[in-house]
Design a binder for this molecule. Structure first.
Ligand code: FE2
Length: 408
């Protein structure tokens, strides 16, 4: 389906540092320090030094993956070299729940680290952001979650935090929110504060080698959705749309190669760059309806985030097209590497998104969930989170339920 040629015209590290310059010159919200490049993990000890010398760093990792891959041992050695003691924490399984966060926060309050490191996928990094914030503030996570508890704001700055993503797509290393769910209570909401942006993002694409193909597919479709939705969001800015379009120009080829070939470092580097862009775009411009409904699907029916985005995106783009024609045309032209958009760009672009989804074995709709009419109504209510507020068309639960009927 895709040409296997990998783009060699520009070193990806050069592109990443050019984007970081653009982020700084446009005053976009982003980590204070961003380090990008394969094998950069070796700089972790030095990067920790200003925050944890002769002190403790709580290192949050996936339940099984970090020990199995040897990442946990590597991090411990890197920190030890700079006289930083590692407190390992392996309590993150899948997407973080409020109960899991409560356990992590109790551990942090007990051990009193001066630095939090989150090394793993988007779930691990979101978990680490929440722990870093609650380690210095009173109360539990639900007190701070949007639309769930008392709606408290953080009184104190979070602990310094270093994000080390081991997959590509979510961009959690660049964002100001932590997505937390409760399957028992049926919510999936964000804890959000600009001070929750990681202090340091250490993006080493080499860490994403050998990820299973379905994880690459979900992370990649999350990135595609974040890039396109940040271009059409009502909160969009010209600066973030420019960054998003560069990510879109690179994503089809990089994702299709990375999906097929687990050892292809150049493709993983491209995805690391694309994930970084998608994170900074969503943090500064918000998202739209695919992310709104994906939050509801995750909260109520345990659908993985990237999978939900991949299923929904073509449908939400068709639904919104008349309300954001110019922006959508530009975004989809970038996605197809068209120099100039033309009269069929939107139709062709949405078809190309569908085609990529088929290639990545993303289900074509939500029918496999066998939702009842009542389920659809509950899903519509649960989809009215912060992402939905950026949608080009202002949505209500009955409108979302109508939109969902043909998909379910
Ligand atoms: Fe996302």
């Amino acid at each position: 389906m895709f040409n296997r040629r990998i783009m060699k015209e520009t070193r990806i590290e050069d592109k990443a540092y050019q984007a970081i310059e653009d982020i700084r010159s446009n005053d976009l919200l982003a980590p204070k320090t961003i380090v990008f490049g394969s094998h950069k993990l070796r700089e972790l000890g030095e990067l920790s030094l200003p925050y944890a010398r002769r002190s403790r760093a709580m290192v949050i990792m996936g339940a099984r993956s970090a020990r199995k891959s040897g990442l946990s041992d590597r991090i411990e050695l890197l920190l030890k070299r700079y006289v930083v003691e590692m407190i390992p924490y392996y309590g993150v399984r899948r997407e973080p729940t409020s109960d899991m966060v409560a356990d992590g926060v109790a551990r942090a309050r007990e051990m009193q680290p001066s630095l939090i490191i989150g090394a793993g996928g988007g779930s691990v990094i979101d978990f680490a952001k929440a722990v870093a914030a609650l380690a210095t503030n009173e109360g539990g996570v639900e007190d701070y979650l949007e639309g769930v508890g008392r709606g408290l704001a953080l009184k104190k700055d979070p602990l310094p935090m270093i994000a080390v993503p081991t997959n590509a797509g979510t961009g959690a290393e660049m964002t100001k929110n932590a997505v937390i769910c409760s399957p028992a209570k049926g919510y999936k909401k964000s804890m959000r504060d600009e001070r929750m942006i990681p202090t340091v993002a250490l993006i080493d694409p080499e860490l994403s080698l050998h990820l299973p193909s379905h994880v690459v597919a979900c992370g990649g479709m999350d990135a595609v959705t974040q890039l396109i939705e940040s271009c059409i969001s009502r909160k969009r800015t010209p600066e973030t749309s420019k960054l998003a379009r560069d990510g879109l120009r690179n994503v089809q080829l990089a994702l299709s190669v990375a999906y097929e070939d687990a050892d292809n470092l150049m493709a993983r580097e491209r995805l690391g760059y694309i994930g970084m862009l998608s994170g900074v775009c969503l943090a500064n411009s918000g998202l739209a309806m695919a992310h709104g409904v994906a939050a509801g699907l995750g909260a109520l029916f345990d659908v993985p985030h990237g999978l939900a985005c991949g299923i929904l995106l073509p449908y939400t783009l068709r639904y919104n097209r008349d309300a954001c024609e110019t922006e959508l045309k530009d975004a989809l032209a970038a996605f197809m590497n068209q120099v100039t958009p033309n009269a069929t760009t939107i139709d062709d672009g949405i078809a190309a998104v569908e085609s990529l989804g088929r290639w990545l074995q993303i289900p074509p709709n939500l029918k496999y969930l066998r939702l009842s009419g009542g389920d659809v109504e509950r899903l519509a209510e649960a989809s009215m989170g912060s992402s939905m507020s950026g949608n080009p068309i202002e949505m209500t639960p009955p409108m979302i339920a109508d939109f969902l009927k043909p998909l379910t």
